[in-house]
Design a protein around this ligand. Structure first.
Ligand code: FAD
Length: 559
């Protein structure tokens, strides 16, 4: 036993936890209307059977396994089927469909669990000496195809699971910098920081099952990025293990400096490298004192255009919220449908009083857009921030409805990922594509993506759904996060490709990026040239090729 926690092999999160809609009366009618799936009659698939998976034997030469065991001990080198399967895929929709149907073209062969950086160095050297492939593994939560071995890989593939390296090593309280081992999962590192009054402020929706090493390697972004920054800003220093040389070890060290003029940023090259430049063993992250007050206020806007304009106005104002988020009318409808049943005054306010006020303002209820804005700091700071934001909301025709919906949003944010498995169990896809663009292009990107998805649904002849929210605001633009769903026909992955490709193509065709925070992997790499230009791809290929001429580190990802 390694004592390292993993998600269930066939889906998100832990066994026994799932999405339920019985306490959300609006959910079933919503799904029926949105994608034509009748939850009352839909057959729920049986949980996939692990025994029925057809897994090829591992390509694990005895000498390599023995060399790894000599480094970490026999208990921490695994070649059994469950370990191999858990470490082969991430949690993208494509991964989930493939794992549920037993489609494992090339599993990893060996899983090894280092205890410290010295182990990692010796593992890296053993893998390179054996001409094998090494794939670092954090929480296995990526949705960009960043983990799977290349189909047809002939060499042994070793997954290096960082789960035993999960400590917050020390905190430089003067500087607000914490040294954290790369395998620390969100809740583990946050608990260690919180014990000393600190927070990292990085909360992706996958927080519970992803690691700081994985966040860095995929250029992740958390829901409070407006205040705390994306992981690219949060990561100040790094230790990365690469093959050792005759005259030195292979540890690349980036000191935690607030800003440096030392040529092209090696720190930035590592961030987003998806395991292709080595194994991150330690991150020095900027951390913050836990705020005195934290509040998420909800607002409604009469329509999407007003919501977008308000978010832009907030981003260039004196207000410094931690979260700026506005849902389009479709996602607002979805959020209202997934609310729990209301009772008493609560029901009267939400179902009668509030719609009455909106109608009296001349709003069309089908167009309304729900927004969450988060505030943190001293009581006085939060008060002032709310005043600034409240005035901007008002200028754009919106209105505040207090903290009630925000509390619910905060509570259920880490449960929503279970919805994908719920839909897959009933023969439907639910997935996401996200992007970022300058403010001047956002409305156009939105329209183009909705049209592209609708065109794709027409092409595959199905009733599909797409909704969006804006989150992660910057001075010059913001992220748009699309969620789409449809009922599968005869060719689930073929149909999925049509929809997903149409959305990704609409991003690059309209001046947006292929990914704001999910990374590239193999899922988005078909569009990387259209995003960063052919010459940009040549530069990245040159980097990977020069520092890893033997193609040992997670080959095939990014470019
Ligand atoms: P893994 O999936 O294990 O690995 C991802 C990549 O990083 C692989 O290429 C791997 O080789 C590499 N890697 C991992 N650890 C190391 C290391 N120590 N050294 C070198 N390379 C390493 N992402 C966001 O940014 N924001 C979100 O809000 C968000 N929400 C999500 C919600 C759901 C439901 C799901 C399924 C995913 C979500 N993601 C989100 C995507 C995912 O959680 C991130 O990509 C995350 O950063 C991956 O971290 P991980 O530890 O799970 O890495």
């Amino acid at each position: 036993m390694t004592d390292v926690e993993h998600m269930k092999w066939w889906g998100w999160g832990v066994e026994g936890v799932g999405f339920h809609h019985e306490d959300k009366p609006g959910f079933a009618p919503f799904v029926l209307q949105a994608v034509g799936l009748d939850l009352a009659t839909a057959q729920k698939a049986e949980q996939p059977s692990f025994e029925e998976l057809d897994l090829a034997d591992p390509v694990a030469p005895a000498e390599l396994v023995a060399a790894l065991a000599a480094i970490v001990g026999e208990d921490f080198v695994r070649t059994d089927a469950m370990e191999r399967v858990v470490h082969t895929y991430g949690k993208s929709l494509r991964d989930l469909v493939r794992i549920r149907t037993g489609d494992i073209a090339r599993a990893v062969d060996v899983v090894v669990y280092p205890a410290d950086e010295d182990d990692v160095q010796r593992i890296v050297d053993a893998v390179v000496a054996a001409d094998a492939v090494l794939i670092p593994f954090g929480g296995g939560s990526n949705i960009a195809g960043s983990l799977e071995p290349q189909a047809g890989e002939q060499r042994p593939v070793v997954s290096v699971d960082m789960g035993r390296m999960s400590a917050v090593i020390d905190i430089d309280a003067d500087s607000g910098l914490a040294r954290i081992q790369a395998g620390a999962l969100g809740p583990h590192l946050e608990a260690q920081l919180a014990a000393q009054g600190w927070t990292i402020g990085h909360f992706p929706d996958s927080f519970t099952h992803s690691t700081i090493g994985g966040w860095a390697a995929t250029r992740s972004s958390g829901m409070q990025s407006d205040k705390y920054g994306d992981i690219a800003q949060i990561v100040r220093g790094l230790r990365v293990v690469r093959p050792s040389h005759p005259d030195r070890d292979g540890v690349l060290v980036i000191p935690a400096i607030p800003s440096a003029s030392t040529g092209p940023s090696v720190r930035e090259m590592i961030v987003g490298s998806e395991g292709r430049l080595g194994v991150i063993t330690e991150v020095t992250a900027q951390v913050h004192r836990v705020a005195e007050v934290r509040e998420i206020q909800a607002y409604f806007f009469p329509n999407w255009a007003a919501g977008l304009k308000a978010m832009q106005a907030i981003s260039v104002s004196d207000a410094t919220p931690i979260i700026t988020r506005v849902s389009d009318a479709r996602e607002t409808g979805f959020s209202l449908a997934t609310s729990k049943e209301r009772h008493g005054m609560d029901a009267i306010l939400a179902e009668k009083v509030l719609p009455g006020i909106m109608r009296s303002k001349g709003w069309t209820l089908e167009d309304i857009c729900l927004s969450f804005i988060g505030f943190e700091g001293s009581a006085e700071h939060v008060k002032r921030q709310k005043k600034l934001v409240g005035a901007i909301v008002k200028q754009h025709g919106g209105m505040g409805v207090g903290t009630g919906p925000g509390v619910l949003y905060d509570q259920k944010k880490f449960d929503t990922p279970y919805l994908r498995d719920f839909l897959l169990d009933r023969g439907a896809a639910g997935d996401v594509s996200e992007t970022a663009a300058p403010w001047s292009k956002l409305a156009g990107v939105y329209d183009a993506v909705i049209a592209a998805a609708e065109g794709a649904y027409a092409e595959i002849g199905t009733k599909g759904w797409i909704m969006c929210h804006l989150s992660h605001s910057y001075h010059s633009g913001a992220c748009l996060y699309f969620t789409f769903a449809f009922v599968f026909g005869d060719d689930p992955l073929g149909e999925y490709d049509v929809v997903k490709s149409a959305i990704q193509q609409a991003f690059v065709d309209n001046g947006a990026t292929i990914s704001h925070h999910h990374g590239v992997g193999v899922e988005h790499s078909p569009w990387i040239e259209q995003d960063i230009s052919p010459e940009g791809v040549a530069v990245v290929r040159g980097l990977f090729g020069a520092v890893d001429p033997g193609d040992h580190f997670n080959p095939g990802k990014v470019v």
